[in-house]
Design a protein around this ligand. Sequence first.
Ligand SMILES: Nc1nc2c(ncn2[C@@H]2O[C@H](COP(=O)(O)OP(=O)(O)OP(=O)(O)O)[C@@H](O)[C@H]2O)c(=O)[nH]1
Ligand SMILES: [Mg+2]
Length: 315
Amino acid sequence: MLNNNLSKLIEEALNGNELAIARLLTKIEYMTDEGISALGTLSKRSGNAHVIGITGIPGSGKSTIIGGLIQEYVSRGHRVGVIVIDPSSPYTMGSFMGNRLRFQDKTMLKNVFVRSIGSRGYLGGISAEALMLTEALDGLGYDKIIIETVGAGQTDTEVEQSVHTILVVSIPGAGDDIQALKAGIMEIGDIYVLNKADRQDAELAFNTLKFAIDSAEISYRNGWKPLIVKTVAIKNEGIIELVNKIEDHLNYLKQKELFKKRIIDRRAKIVELIARRKIDEIISEIVKKNYNTIINEDITEAIPKVIHNVKELLR
Ligand SMILES: Nc1nc2c(ncn2[C@@H]2O[C@H](COP(=O)(O)OP(=O)(O)OP(=O)(O)O)[C@@H](O)[C@H]2O)c(=O)[nH]1
Ligand SMILES: [Mg+2]
């Protein structure tokens, strides 16, 4: 049962009140009891949003590209939610748009919500917390949800499987990029965005990427042959083409009946996360309970007691 205050907060969030949305997302991100029950309520309304992950080396232009995607999607009548994991700089709407005025525009403010979250020791990739916020934003009526993350370290393939479309951003002149691609770190792209195509060597980088895809050095996810799009995000060049290709990928997922499947996978991942959190809490409690035994007695005495405690709990 939701208490009155929580019901009111959810109602305000559903009406688009930005402050209410922010407060609700904080409860959900930190998995408070209220947060978890709010997520349950919102989950009943979710399952419609197209979720787009965007990853790539630091500074490749992910945020600038998102700025372009936001504008294009809002002009096509969508509501866009953005989740940024572990941003290197504090996030405001301005980070996406520099000085572009259109962001002050009322339609933009009403239809766009941006949230940044910490990575909590997670080594790159999309965190499970981000999936909870995705579920919430989906339930709040944002139908395009973009998750920005720095593509470093390991990626959790199961989590990657629970977003719909993955964009991997690279730039000309970063020879290491192709090495990273080959090493599988960034092999997960449905669409490769070659940004900063205004730079020298853009053509060379494009051809290298194209060769890697054509020769299947880069794997195809669910039978989809990855596409490449060149962009100059600071000039908004290539953004419309990028959006068109993202939509092609969405249609492909729907045709293959993978759209809903990814949402179900996301929910399974969220349930797993909550279960793990709760079990961790129980373990901490058991350790606390046995602390005196551990201090006063030999650990060989403490171990059977702990096992007994666990069995009691599971009964
Ligand atoms: N020349 C050029 N510069 C660009 C382009 N797109 C973005 N930039 C610049 O590249 C820098 C980094 O852009 P961001 O959008 O912050 O990159 P990011 O990938 O989000 O960076 P992190 O979040 O720090 O990993 C900024 O100074 C942008 O203005 C482009 O197409 N051409
Ligand atoms: Mg960024």
